[in-house]
Design a protein around this ligand. Structure first.
Ligand code: FAD
Length: 450
């Protein structure tokens, strides 16, 4: 419907067509909306699920692996037939230059160190348990649980730093406690001893068949179709459109205004109004649209190198993490392991974390080539076919940024905007499964099973 001033009216408006935006539109329909407008400045749906086609190779930004038990598939079952089932494998380059188990190898990281280093690591663990019992940041947290020497030797401390683009001592403790508990879980010796004991007990038990738990359903790992994310999300767009959602892509919003109980979004393509406005774009961007001042929150910039290769590679897994002390790259994903080679060449993407010394594709390429050649990872013809710099990839929790984000979300609420998602909620949402449930919960929709 269009009002007297030419403003088109909707039951709901969503800014951003990423996972959070798609799920939000679906929840609004579920709650009774009959017309929803989704606006995004990107030309495609999927938000930061970005892919690039270069000369027959299809690359992603980042490592995008999905699972067939994801809540996203519960909400959008039409996605399942679009995915390609894969058997990915993971490994990591450790600080000793060895490609070994991810996230830690007892054999290569610890046993291989030898008796002298074991004694030093054991002593350091005891000292760290005392020294870091009052933890202040992610470095203290890591050192408390594994000891300062083991944190160095395994590359754990350096990986945390590379992940956030900041030294571990600048990463807030709350973030470590919320997101790095796997370190504590792996470092607790007694539960592991008890688990081994239980396993031995079951093997020795005369009723061991009955004592064994029912086998868990095997989760199938998935990647997007070869054609890219556009093809993946097409059936979702079709269904949402059939149910009353309109998509307005490649359309930047220029202002958000409030008139009594109605929110108005202005864009180059016209003005649109609704009693319900959901934003999934960065909080400072939404505040600026509403005419409010807000400082941008700290986020990670990822420079993605899009590479092809012919030769011998020094690892055989589809995903390789960099836990070594050098190199700015964080992770690489061999797309050709999933989709097959192209003209006899493998192809893959590399995530390089932006920093003051590495800001451009050329700088990232130089750092990657130097480091991988020093570690014998690619022996042959390595070509960088392209690159992409993406800001605001994920939030960085430093110097109270989570509290500043909560304050920005609260200000948006006062202005009549429900702000959610990875960008709009400044939340650590590593997977689409997390984003789906967050959006469902935030809008009071049916929450998909985990
Ligand atoms: C590198 C990378 C790797 C990932 N790996 C996986 C994986 O392996 N498995 C998995 O399930 N999920 C993965 N994800 C998905 C991810 O973790 C979240 O589920 C998803 O990106 C969150 O969606 P969102 O809609 O909240 O936000 P986003 O998709 O980040 O964006 C929402 C909207 O915000 C706006 N926006 C975003 N960035 C900017 C910007 N810089 N400037 C202005 N506007 C902007 C756009 O309008 C966009 O549509 C990955 C994502 C990335 C980026």
């Amino acid at each position: 419907m269009t009002d007297a001033g030419g403003t088109r009216e909707y039951d709901g408006i969503v800014l951003g067509a990423g996972i959070s935006g798609l799920v939000s539109a679906s929840v609004l329909l579920e709650k009774g909306a009959r017309s929803v407008l989704v606006i995004d400045e990107y030309a495609k749906v999927g938000g930061n699920h970005l892919d690039f086609e270069i000369d027959g190779y299809t690359f992603d930004v980042g490592s995008l692996i999905f699972q067939d038990d994801s809540p996203l598939l519960h909400r959008f079952p039409e996605l399942l037939p679009q995915y390609v089932p894969v058997e990915p494998s993971w490994s990591r380059l450790n600080p000793q230059g060895k490609v070994t188990d991810y996230p830690i190898s007892l054999k290569d990281d610890l046993l291989a160190a030898g008796p002298l280093a074991w004694t030093a690591m054991a002593g350091s663990l005891v000292a760290s348990r005392v020294r870091y019992r009052h933890q202040r940041n992610a470095r203290d947290f890591t050192r408390f649980w594994v000891g300062a020497k083991a944190a160095q030797r395994t590359g754990l401390e350096h990986y945390v730093e590379r992940f956030c683009g900041l030294p571990a001592e600048r990463i807030d403790l709350d973030f470590a406690k919320a997101r790095m508990m796997w370190i504590a879980d792996n470092a607790r010796v007694w539960p592991r001893v008890a688990a081994v004991g239980r396993r031995i007990g079951r093997k020795l038990s005369p009723h061991r068949e009955a004592a064994q738990p029912a086998p868990a359903r095997r989760v199938q790992q998935l990647v997007r179709p070869r054609e890219g994310f556009g093809a993946l999300y097409r059936p979702v767009v079709d269904r949402l459109e059939a149910e009353g959602v309109e998509f307005m892509l490649a359309t930047p919003s220029t202002a958000i205004e409030r008139a009594d109980d109605t929110m108005v979004v202005r864009t180059a393509a016209g003005a649109f109004s609704s009693p319900m406005l959901v934003s999934t774009v960065p909080t400072h961007r939404a505040l600026a649209l509403a005419g409010a001042e807000a400082e941008p929150l700290p986020t990670v910039t990822i420079i993605t190198l899009l590479c092809s290769f012919a030769g011998r590679r020094g690892f055989d897994t589809s995903i390789l993490y960099n836990f070594s002390h050098g190199g700015s790259w964080k992770r690489l994903t061999m797309h050709s392991d999933f989709y097959g080679q192209e003209r006899g060449r493998e192809y893959f993407c590399v995530e390089v974390v932006g920093s003051p010394s590495v800001r451009t594709v050329a700088q990232a390429e130089r750092a990657f080539r130097d480091h991988t050649s020093a570690n014998d990872l690619f022996d042959g013809d390595l070509r960088v076919e392209g690159g992409h710099v993406l800001d605001s990839v994920y939030p960085v929790f430093t110097e109270g940024s989570a509290a500043r984000a909560a304050e920005q979300v609260a200000r948006l609420k006062q202005l009549g905007v429900t702000s959610l998602g990875k960008q709009g909620g400044f939340e650590y949402q590593p997977t689409a499964r997390v984003s789906t449930r967050h959006a469902e919960r935030a809008l009071g929709g049916k929450v998909s099973p985990k």
